[in-house]
Design a protein around this ligand. Sequence first.
Ligand code: SF4
Length: 115
Amino acid sequence: MDMPSVEEEALKIIQARPEGVLQSELWKLLNIDSRKCSRVVKKLNDADLIDRVEYREEGLKTYLLKARQQAVDPSLLMAGDELIPCVGCDLDCTVEQCPVLLDWMYELAISEVNE
Ligand code: SF4
């Protein structure tokens, strides 16, 4: 999806916090005014990228914003120092029988034991 950067920025902030972000905080974090923030949040919500739940903060109504999908933890792509071989791979793929991937998973198992 082609998004202007303020939406991307907002999504990144929301994704980085699994517990969610209040809309009343988000516009301060983004350095934009609250009306612009409402439009940004509406776009993300309309695109099904976030959930927006009504929330009361000291009697004032705001929204708690949570990402539908959390950002991927890059460390999940690593087995020790080895990046998962599927990144950049152009072999004919049969995931269940791939010897390259099996080797990597073996490395992963070893690196987890050694931690
Ligand atoms: S499973 Fe094997 S063949 Fe498929 S993308 Fe990963 S490394 Fe490449």
